[in-house]
Ligand binder design. Structure first.
Ligand SMILES: Cc1cc2nc3c(=O)[nH]c(=O)nc-3n(C[C@H](O)[C@H](O)[C@H](O)COP(=O)(O)OP(=O)(O)OC[C@H]3O[C@@H](n4cnc5c(N)ncnc54)[C@H](O)[C@@H]3O)c2cc1C
Length: 276
């Protein structure tokens, strides 16, 4: 492990990949995994483009201390501007993911603490008591960003470098963990068989395993954003009726909770708690 270090570029030749760090050092390996988030330098160096679109929404993220215990329960309100999520942290603290239009998010970020607090409390509701912001407020522009390919010659993409989705259902990290576990399994199995694990033939097994799940989940999240960040009365009515039905039917509710937990589909061994 080299840390801190910053990847400045990468080159891919038939026998090895070479990574150049910002301090000028170079490293060589049979495979480079680009896992540096949405702005992946490795993805760019590999010439892998991205597809997607901007949601014209910004995620305002802050930590709040609450005057009442949250009891480990997460809340998400679907407001016309986008979802407002209260995610429990240790103690009586919670992480807020507050989606707003770009203009309003910028205004919120630069608002005086008392103005921010007034807006926050209005959305927060009374049942969780008073919420006081702790630390800095961050903003993240929200978009869908999918890499055109998950692999290339001596390169594999992982996590947000491969797929950046809207946080509406908190699936970004799950998707990244599934990818990491699948790639680890493919590499270990190939090594055991004496294969070159940086070759396209081996990496294609990882891509084939993860492609469908990645694209279908991204499309699902995109549909969720359109359904829930919407103030059309007909859509609102259908949405409310659908939510009420799911809430009343135990198996349906458990199905959606299980889906949201991410432990579905063809799970790699590491996510099933098994050794590689
Ligand atoms: C507002 C918001 C709320 C979210 N809420 C949830 C949620 O509730 N649940 C959930 O599952 N997901 C959520 N997500 C998504 C989740 O944060 C991401 O999917 C996850 O962080 C992706 O992990 P990653 O390691 O692929 O990328 P990142 O978390 O982006 O990490 C990339 C790392 O690479 C480093 N790096 C970047 N460039 C270089 C370079 N050139 N050289 C070396 N290092 C570099 C960065 O410093 C960083 O440490 C949310 C996202 C947002 C924006």
């Amino acid at each position: 492990m080299l840390a801190p270090a910053r990847v400045a570029g990468a080159e891919f030749s038939p026998r090895a990949a070479t990574v150049t760090l910002a301090d000028g050092r170079t490293l060589s390996a049979p495979l480079v995994v680009g896992a540096e988030g949405r702005g992946s330098a490795v993805r760019e160096a590999a010439g892998i483009g991205t597809l997607g679109w901007d949601y014209a929404q910004v995620g305002v993220v802050a930590t709040v201390r609450m005057s009442r215990p949250h009891g480990g329960v997460a809340h998400e309100y679907f407001l016309p501007e986008g979802p407002f999520a209260i995610l429990p942290l240790t103690g009586d603290r919670a992480s807020l993911v507050w989606t707003e239009s770009r203009k309003r998010a910028e205004a919120l970020k630069s608002a005086r603490p008392e103005v921010f607090h007034a807006h926050l409390q209005r959305r927060f509701g009374d049942h969780l008591g008073e919420a006081v912001v702790e630390g800095q407020v961050f903003t993240y522009p929200l978009s869908l960003q999918l890499a055109e390919r998950l692999t290339g010659h001596r390169v594999a993409l992982l996590g947000d470098a491969a797929h950046g989705v809207h946080p509406i259902a908190g699936q970004g990290l799950n998707l990244g963990l599934k990818g990491a576990a699948a790639l680890a399994e493919v590499i270990v199995e190939a090594s055991r068989l004496g294969e070159d694990f940086g070759s396209e033939a081996v990496l294609e097994r990882y891509a084939a395993w993860r492609r469908f799940d990645t694209v279908s989940l991204s499309a699902g999240m995109d549909a969720f954003v359109r359904l829930f960040s919407n103030d059309n009365p007909a859509v609102r009515l259908a949405r409310g009726a659908g939510m009420a039905v799911v809430n009343r039917i135990g198996p349906a509710r458990r199905f959606f909770m299980h889906q949201a937990g991410g432990a579905v589909g063809d799970l790699p061994k590491l996510l099933r708690g098994e050794r590689l």
